[in-house]
Design a protein around this ligand. Structure first.
Ligand SMILES: *[C@@H]1O[C@H](CO)[C@@H](O)[C@H](O)[C@H]1NC(C)=O
Ligand SMILES: *[C@@H]1O[C@H](CO)[C@@H](O)[C@H](O)[C@H]1NC(C)=O
Length: 368
């Protein structure tokens, strides 16, 4: 959990980020049959909200060097050395950039990010009642939904107005559930116990999707969870002396099996939602297998942290990326993992490319 639960979070000022995503050479001319993009989720997508959300956000790792080191050369509130999967994704869908909800003028943007780093799907009370601690700056899916509704009320005056707006949008919900699972596992809940949380997580995701559909949304993507059993922070926190606990890639089998179970549960629930709303486009995005393929290709340093120190995975939660004396690798582009929890810009770029290939045509977008 590291910085997340540590007392190091006594902080000073409130930072508003001016987010400038430079449109790079890979920008393409895409036309999609929608003009708006809304995204809820966690630190994989957060482009400044966590840093802005906390009274003391400027002390979060993402507000400080070496975050943003590769691009644009200074911190932006993104939890990476550069751009995120969704920065590339938004550009791939024809948007110039995606704006953090808590940044200035976000209500006039066409693409808005509501995700907050390290946030779970389930509400804080679910965790506290089970003795699980989650960071104070996180914003669960239901609260992100309330932000979204508040935003809608500022731009729409009637339900019809709202429905028209939403029918012109693409919604992305996550992935956001990695934190529900990993907070619990790291705080020594058994895999069996965490398995019992899955129906709660799935239900909350589906309920959020149902709510925006009822308000008028017609296009929704619900991504599955990443292979958390391959992530350096999990490999470090849950390390085992039994070789049989690891798969051929060196990932923790029990954790990845749990994630696969969770993803299967979500896909079944998505089928149910499609039956309920046959005229709504609802897609499952396969982060799990996309990331497994990329990690496999990344052989040598696949499970190593670029910005980190110590242990088998170059990760130590007490010396998190950005702490004094913690080095960064000389070649971030060759690494998949940036700080042990989040990905490098290069990994994000590749992941986005992999996911877009499957998505653009399905969404009836044309690329010229
Ligand atoms: C927000 O809008 C105001 C008024 O149009 C403008 O002066 C200001 O520069 C904008 N801020 C950002 C961060 O774009
Ligand atoms: C794409 O176009 C086809 C044919 O017009 C239509 O049936 C389908 O619903 C569209 N998909 C989306 C996501 O809009």
């Amino acid at each position: 959990m590291g910085y997340a639960t540590s007392s190091a979070m006594k902080v000073i000022c409130f930072l508003m980020f001016v987010l400038v995503v430079t449109t790079s050479s890979q920008s393409q001319n895409t036309r999609c049959p929608f003009d708006l993009l809304y995204h809820l989720g966690d630190g994989v997508f957060d482009n400044g909200n966590a840093v802005a959300n906390m009274q003391h956000g400027s002390r979060l790792p993402a507000a400080n060097i070496p975050y943003g080191n590769t691009h644009p050369g200074k911190p932006t509130g993104r939890w990476s050395d550069g751009l995120l999967d969704i920065d590339y994704g938004a550009q791939g869908l024809g948007f110039q950039e995606i704006t953090a909800y808590l940044s200035e003028n976000s209500s006039s943007a066409n693409a808005i990010m509501f995700a907050v780093a390290r946030s779970p799907v389930l509400d804080r009370s679910f965790f506290t009642s089970r003795g699980i601690i989650i960071p104070s700056y996180t914003v669960s899916l239901s609260v992100q939904m309330s932000w979204f509704k508040k935003y809608l009320n500022t731009i729409c005056s009637t339900p019809t107005d709202r429905a028209n707006k939403l029918s012109n949008a693409l919604f992305l919900f996550g992935d956001v559930e990695a934190n529900d699972i990993t907070y619990s596992l790291i705080q020594r809940k058994s895999v069996q116990e965490v398995r019992s949380y899955i129906p709660h997580v799935t239900r909350a995701q589906i309920n959020a999707a149902r709510e925006v559909i009822k308000m008028g949304a017609t296009r929704i993507i619900l991504p599955g969870n990443a292979p958390m059993g391959c992530y350096p922070f999990i490999l470090t926190e849950l390390s085992s002396t039994n070789l049989a606990d690891y798969d051929d890639m060196g990932c923790l089998k029990s954790v990845n099996d749990l994630i696969k179970l969770k993803n299967d549960d979500l896909q079944q629930a998505i089928d149910g939602l499609r039956n309920e709303f046959p005229n709504t486009f609802i897609m499952y995005a396969d982060f799990y297998n996309s990331e497994i393929l990329l990690i496999r290709k990344n052989d040598k340093v696949a499970l190593q942290t670029c910005c980190g120190i110590g242990g088998k995975y170059n990760y130590d939660n007490k010396r998190f990326c950005g702490s004094p004396g913690v080095p960064i690798c000389s070649n971030p582009n060759q690494y998949f993992f940036w700080d042990g929890i989040h990905l490098t810009q290069e990994a994000n770029n590749r992941l986005s490319t992999a996911l877009q290939e499957a998505t653009l045509a399905t969404l009836n977008c044309t690329v010229s």
